[in-house]
Design a protein around this ligand. Structure first.
Ligand code: ADP
Ligand code: MG
Length: 600
């Protein structure tokens, strides 16, 4: 076009598009759910703005918050239109030409090697999946603050933007036209699109319509030169009507099939969280999770909890434990506040960037909260300060921890499900113990580890306690880099011989964990490599102390200035003659190692 402005895609986007275009990826269907998901996001945004300013919605059709799909078989165009917030010219350049999010590079890398585009939506680049099926894409968009523009690209490294002077005005919103590739003509079949919407977008909270054809019978005047067959039919019908003479004189008509079009609604917009949990099937929860989390891997969520909180603060919520930890869960743990719950107030989506609903350590959960108590006309700041929020958060944590506890309980030998949970999210539980003093005990119940008696499996503190020897007061543990290394530790000799169980803590975070986890069920934790280990009384201790007094005295003198506090006779060893023990309040040797590796 003459007045089009040309732009180049950010290098990263170009690379991504190349991969998508040349992809042999079989599941090309995903483009539709990505487009619908974007349309739904755009509708959420305008609805949110309309809470404080009704005017933004506009009038007539423009104010209808809906999504429309249309097929043009002749031109081979599939178009999807929403009446969402739309994009200004600047938005078009920024949103459909660059990727701001971190981690995209890693994703591109990963996609290149695995060819799995299924998680594209999670990486904030879902839009580009249109090039799985189209070789030319037009995005027509109208934002309240700007004129109507057309963005277009043939995925050849560049895109163009022009002020739209030729298409029908959209009022507000976005229409995306996909010029389908020859090998993607199946997406011109209504039945195919209906199937896809059902499959992937059932839980979109805005109506999705398709411009559907319908065969209808219509009566049309029969032509003079109708075949004799038709004449016969007409004759029989009139003779059946009896001896009505007029019938024969009436102009003859015939029934023909005619195709008409009408908007057909494809989804049930009743929000799943408003339904009674008893009426929602597992499959529905799974599908809901998928569209909420944009996680369309084949795996089901590990658990979910759907509940209504009543009392002074009323809200409904659905929480999910995803089947897998996101790729960057711990990478960004300390840098970003990642909110994974969507907040609704009275059915209206408010924000998914609101990180006050769950503590950081539970940010691996997905789900939503719909509150009746919070004010509708809200800014983030107002919400943050709202007193209900504390109560909501408290209840959500309880429910979340209950849900996790149940994964373990419903899997008594913990052979599969809880082990899987632990491998994916165990670190979050440990971080919780460190950060959440109020729920420390509940979280400690969820802790799993290996021990000298766990036989290569995971075990819990409750199980440890049930195996404690009579008279044993403390819970013994040792920290180090690996179980293999720890099993050889001289610190374990005596304890093993006396049949005491010792927990192995081998994750660097465990050192921090044990600074916060002081006791459990009335029992103290004792690091067996630290001073203060008591394993029963040894009657000979006093005697030995006396007879080796000279030696210990000499030894201490010999080590003067070497950071040694004391040289003592001890009953903690069996074969090894001596060992260096850390003072009760000092860092363990393992902690020294961790700290050193961090400062280097
Ligand atoms: P994501 O949806 O995760 O942000 P996408 O690649 O799907 O990533 O979309 C990129 C951006 O383009 C969106 O964040 C949004 O700003 C914009 N966008 C895409 N589709 C629409 C639409 N239908 N209406 C308004 N904005 C849109
Ligand atoms: Mg998207």
């Amino acid at each position: 076009r003459n007045n089009a402005e040309k732009f180049e895609f950010q290098a990263e986007v170009s690379r991504l598009m190349d991969i998508i275009i040349n992809s042999l990826y079989s599941n090309k269907d995903i483009f539709l759910r990505e487009l619908i998901s974007n349309a739904s996001d755009a509708l959420d945004k305008i609805r949110f703005l309309s809470l404080t300013d009704k005017e933004v919605l506009g009038e007539g059709d423009t104010s209808k918050l809906e999504i429309q799909i249309k097929l043009d078989k002749e031109k081979k165009i599939l178009s999807l239109r929403d009446r969402g917030i739309g994009m200004t010219k600047e938005d078009l350049i920024k949103n459909l030409g660059t990727i701001a999010k971190s981690g995209t590079s890693a994703f591109v890398e990963k996609m290149q090697s695995s060819g799995d585009l299924n998680l594209i939506g999670q990486f904030g680049v879902g839009f580009y999946s249109v090039y799985l099926v189209a070789d030319y894409v037009e995005v027509i968009s109208k934002h309240n603050d700007d004129k109507q523009y057309v963005w277009e690209s043939k995925a050849d490294g560049a895109f163009a933007i022009s002020e739209d002077t030729w298409n029908e005005p959209l009022g507000r919103g976005t229409e995306i036209r996909l010029h389908l590739r020859d090998e993607a003509q199946e997406y011109l079949e209504e039945s195919k699109l209906k199937e896809l919407v059902k499959k992937y977008s059932e839980f979109i909270n805005f109506p999705i319509y398709i411009w559907a054809s319908k065969e209808v019978d219509v009566e049309v005047p029969a032509d003079e030169d109708d075949s004799s067959d038709e004449e016969e039919n007409a004759d029989t019908s009139s003779s059946e009507e009896g001896e009505d003479e007029d019938a024969e004189k009436k102009p003859k008509t015939k029934k023909v099939k005619e195709t008409t079009y009408e908007w057909e609604l494809l989804n049930d917009v009743k929000a799943i969280w408003l339904r009674s949990p008893k009426e929602v099937t597992d499959e529905e929860y799974t599908k809901f999770y998928q569209s909420l989390a944009k996680d369309f891997s084949d795996e089901k969520p590990m658990a979910w909890s759907h509940f209504t909180a009543e009392g002074d603060v009323e809200f409904k919520s659905v929480l999910f434990v995803p089947p897998k930890a996101p790729h960057d869960l711990y990478e960004s743990y300390y840098n970003t506040n990642k909110a994974n719950l969507k907040l609704y107030v009275r059915r209206v989506f408010i924000s998914d960037e609101f990180d006050e609903l769950l503590p950081k350590y539970l940010s691996f959960l997905k789900g939503l909260v719909d509150s009746d108590t919070l004010p509708l006309n809200v800014s983030r700041e107002m919400l943050q300060a709202h007193s209900s929020l504390k109560t909501i958060k408290k209840k959500l944590i309880r429910k979340a921890l209950d849900m996790i506890r149940k994964i373990a309980e419903e899997d008594p030998d913990e052979s599969s499900q809880y082990t899987k949970f632990w491998n994916e999210f165990g670190k979050s539980i440990k971080l919780g113990i460190i950060e959440d003093a109020t729920n420390r005990n509940r979280l400690a119940k969820l802790l799993r580890f290996e021990s000298t008696k766990s036989d290569g499996k995971l075990t819990s503190l409750d199980q440890y306690i049930s195996r404690m020897k009579s008279g044993q007061k403390d819970i013994f543990y040792i920290t180090g880099t690996s179980k293999e290394q720890l099993e050889k530790s001289p610190f374990l000799e005596r304890l093993k011989k006396k049949n005491y169980e010792v927990i192995f803590f081998t994750d660097p975070v465990d050192e921090y964990l044990m600074q916060y986890l002081m006791d459990y069920d009335g029992k103290q934790f004792q690091n067996v490599s630290k001073e203060g280990l008591k394993i029963g009384k040894d009657p000979k201790n006093k005697e030995l102390k006396e007879s080796f007094k000279e030696l210990t005295k000499w030894w201490k003198g010999a080590l003067e200035g070497e950071n040694v506090d004391e040289v003592k006779i001890s009953n903690r060893l069996d074969n090894t003659p001596c060992v260096v023990v850390t003072s009760k309040f000092g860092w363990s040797a393992n902690m020294e190692r961790i700290m050193q590796s961090q400062t280097l």
